[in-house]
Design a protein around this ligand. Structure first.
Ligand code: DNO
Ligand code: MN
Length: 413
């Protein structure tokens, strides 16, 4: 695997030097400063690339390996007439990224909100802080703060009642905190929202059910994947996070069937997947090692983290990277085997870019302002554990003998 970390650009409190010292050679970044839907000009891409590479003469080399995310404009998700203009911009951005040598592009197709949590400071038993999603807390936001039209139908009566009681008992500060966590957006989300105008954004999806959203996704991929294929870019959709509908909005990238339908809609290798174990692993009915076997050649990017479901199966928190519900040994073994198959088939570069997706806020970072999920030390710990796991798997596969070809060593210690 190509070890990478996300970098939010010059304002990120985690520096490129930190990322290099964590053991990465790849950087995952995006032109967050550009409005969603605009073409990414070559000059802006090059400028970001130069920042990433600025210190390479003096130190080990870093390069911009993955664009995450090249966001999809809401007009495309809603299937509005304006979508064709935004799709043309998207195609132009893909060509521009390819011209700069950036060949992996991640996106998602979640309506309105990107990833969602209800708590970004959940205390773990060891004192570190994790991200957590609690269905009842989300109901507090939805039913009592936002007061969304039709929300009641989405919650079990007992959850709705408990949410009302909880709302009556919490402080104004806690209400503000929950509102900000949901609406102001988590790192990487391209937009922040205001409570007063939020219902309007949801209303625009009133006539868009899962089938309509899926049709809009398939229309999009049929326009952009052939361009990606032509210019040598691997597109990779990020799964829904969490992988079930929120706020009455449909979600169509949560299961193996969703992925298979996307691939069938435009059957070119460039139409691929970001294999995010933390997102897919929230659903007990997703068999992750089997999904790696099913979609192997189409996995163009990997996010590794572990989520732990709680008593209410819709609740989860982000556990230590190897410690959640997903069998990370099995998943990483399948991914290593996929890379071996690529090497055996003569792929020039069989290493799939991988990043530790989030980490706990811990040690010195507890005293710092950090982007939730993206502090340095927790991700460094996660990457170190994952590299160790990968290394052990590679060594034991090599020791198993010539029936399984050992790939060229990717990790040097
Ligand atoms: C969730 C987060 C998100 C994700 C984007 C991809 O797992 O890492 O920022 O990367 O939604 O488009
Ligand atoms: Mn992810």
């Amino acid at each position: 695997m190509l070890h990478t970390m996300r970098w939010f650009g010059p304002h990120d409190p985690v520096s490129l030097s930190d990322i290099r010292q964590a053991g990465c050679t790849g950087v995952v970044t995006a032109l967050h400063q550009l409005p969603v839907g605009e073409e990414w000009p070559v000059a802006d891409i090059r400028a970001r690339q130069q920042l990433v590479e600025a210190d390479n003469a003096a130190h080990t080399s870093l390069h911009w390996a993955v664009a995450e995310s090249l966001p999809v404009h809401e007009s495309i998700k809603k299937g509005l007439p304006a979508r064709d203009t935004y799709i043309a911009n998207y195609q132009a951005s893909l060509r521009n990224l390819a011209a700069c040598g950036i060949r992996t592009v991640c996106y998602n197709f979640m309506p309105v909100l990107d990833w969602s949590r209800t708590n970004v400071r959940y205390e773990m038993p060891d004192g570190s802080r994790a991200l957590r999603f609690v269905w009842q807390d989300f109901a507090v936001f939805d039913l009592c703060i936002l007061k969304r039209t039709g929300a009641l139908a989405d919650y079990e009566p007992a959850v709705a009642e408990a949410a009302r009681q909880q709302f009556a008992a919490i402080s104004a500060a806690e209400i503000a905190d929950l509102t900000n966590t949901v609406l102001l957006g988590l790192p990487g989300s391209e937009e922040a929202f205001e409570l007063a105008s939020f219902q309007q954004l949801l209303d625009e999806y009133a006539d868009i059910d899962a089938a309509a959203l899926r049709a809009n996704l398939h229309y999009f991929i049929q326009q952009v994947a052939p361009v990606a294929q032509e210019v040598g870019v691997n597109l990779c959709i990020h799964p829904d996070d969490p992988p079930y509908p929120l706020l009455g909005l449909p979600r169509v990238m949560s299961t193996a069937n969703d992925v298979a339908a996307l691939f069938a809609a435009c059957d070119v290798p460039a139409n691929g997947l970001t294999f995010c174990t933390g997102s897919l692993g929230v659903r007990a009915d997703n068999d992750l090692p089997a999904m790696v076997r099913q979609f192997g050649p189409r996995i163009h990017f990997i996010h590794l983290r572990a989520t732990k479901r709680e008593e209410n199966p819709r609740n989860f928190h982000e556990a230590d990277h190897l410690a959640g519900d997903v069998d990370m040994y099995a998943v990483v073994s399948e991914l290593v085997l996929e890379e071996q198959r690529r090497a055996e088939q003569g792929a020039l570069d069989s290493a799939i870019p991988m990043r530790p997706d989030h980490g706990h806020q811990m040690l010195d970072d507890l005293k710092k302002e950090t982007y939730p999920g993206y502090s340095a030390i927790g991700r460094l710990r996660g990457l170190a554990e994952l590299r160790g796991l990968e290394y052990g798997i590679r060594r034991s596969l090599a020791a198993a003998g010539p029936t399984i070809a050992a790939p060229a060593a990717r990790i040097t210690y």
